[in-house]
Design a protein around this ligand. Structure first.
Ligand SMILES: Nc1nc2c(ncn2[C@@H]2O[C@H](COP(=O)(O)OP(=O)(O)OP(=O)(O)O)[C@@H](O)[C@H]2O)c(=O)[nH]1
Ligand SMILES: [Mg+2]
Length: 291
């Protein structure tokens, strides 16, 4: 269940982008962050470990006002898809409230299915059930159809991952910024509704009634409808708006190199807040560079 601090009247929701290696998880979060910098309370942090063993994940926090009298903090992470980074995945999945599974339409069929199975096992090992978690699917890279690639039909890919089609899915292109917001916003709303339901049963006096509806309304206000024309990558002679967006994108990203043995410490900093995370990651990065 999400982290609720009753004293400080604060709720944290943790949303994780999962999926096979290279499916477009980082590209999706990075596009949303670049396109709507004003909706975020933090920069987009890309964390990489120094040393032999590599860990890699992205992190950003959404800035949302109070909902049902609670300050809401939505933390967004991407998991590294590569099997070698299972330790990272396990740590990042701790306390997850919802998952955007980004499938790769250009990958082999079994690649997506295996990645989903691995995710279910990682959650089961931590005593969680994928079945019971809010989950949406992004079927990504369908822009490649226009380039002449032969891709699995989206309906087939969706049925591969969710045979009963019980979960919603969107056909997306992280490269072109197509359909990236709806899955995320829908998932945050699902996670908020799940939390409201759980809290009603477990903490009847908490007063979270209307929480999910308030979250949905904040999200609608924060993320205005996307103008698809502006979401295309800048052309050779970018207009003023495109240049400003590109600059904002560059400034909003940060890359950190951290020693892997301090990864737990880094994640603990994530729990404390984006500013603490940035400070610690920066210090670790400097340390790693000196070695
Ligand atoms: N054509 C196309 N390429 C994409 C799309 N999304 C991502 N890519 C490309 O696929 C590659 C991998 O994208 P990432 O976003 O780094 O993938 P990831 O899921 O974060 O990968 P890991 O972190 O390694 O698990 C990059 O070269 C992206 O430019 C898409 O929608 N269409
Ligand atoms: Mg990535």
């Amino acid at each position: 269940m999400a982290f609720i601090n009753r004293k400080r009247r604060e709720i944290q929701l943790k949303i994780v982008y999962a999926g096979p290696a290279g499916s477009g998880k980082s590209a999706s979060l990075s596009w949303i962050h670049r396109r709507f910098p004003g909706c975020f309370a933090s920069r987009l942090l890309r964390v990489r470990a120094a040393g032999e063993k590599t860990v890699f994940f992205d992190f950003a926090a959404l800035a949302l006002p109070q909902a049902a009298g609670f300050r809401l903090n939505v933390r967004l992470y991407t998991l590294p898809g590569d099997e070698r980074f299972e330790d990272t995945a396990r740590l990042v999945l701790r306390g997850v409230d919802g998952i955007v599974f980004v499938a790769d339409a250009a990958a082999m069929r079994k690649t997506n299915i295996l990645a989903l199975k691995r995710l279910a096992s990682a959650l089961a090992a931590a005593g969680r059930s994928l079945e019971r978690l809010p989950l949406v699917f992004q079927l990504n890279k369908y822009d490649l159809l226009a380039a002449g690639s032969l891709l699995l039909p989206a309906a087939t890919l969706a049925a591969d991952l969710d045979p009963g089609l019980r979960r919603p899915y969107w056909v997306t292109s992280a490269a072109r910024g197509k359909n990236l917001l709806p899955p995320l916003l829908h998932l945050i709303h699902l996670a908020a509704a799940a939390l409201e339901g759980q809290a009603r049963r477990r903490f009847p006096g908490l007063g979270l009634e209307g929480f999910a509806a308030a979250v949905k309304e904040h999200l609608r206000r924060c993320f205005p409808p996307v103008d698809e024309k502006r979401s295309r990558p800048a052309t050779r002679s970018p207009g003023r708006q495109d240049a400003a967006a590109a600059r904002a994108g560059l400034e909003s990203r940060a890359y950190f190199l951290i020693p892997v043995e301090r990864f737990e410490e880094l994640l603990a900093a994530v729990q404390r807040g984006a500013a603490a995370l940035a400070r610690i990651a920066q210090a670790m990065g400097k340390e790693a560079e000196r070695r």
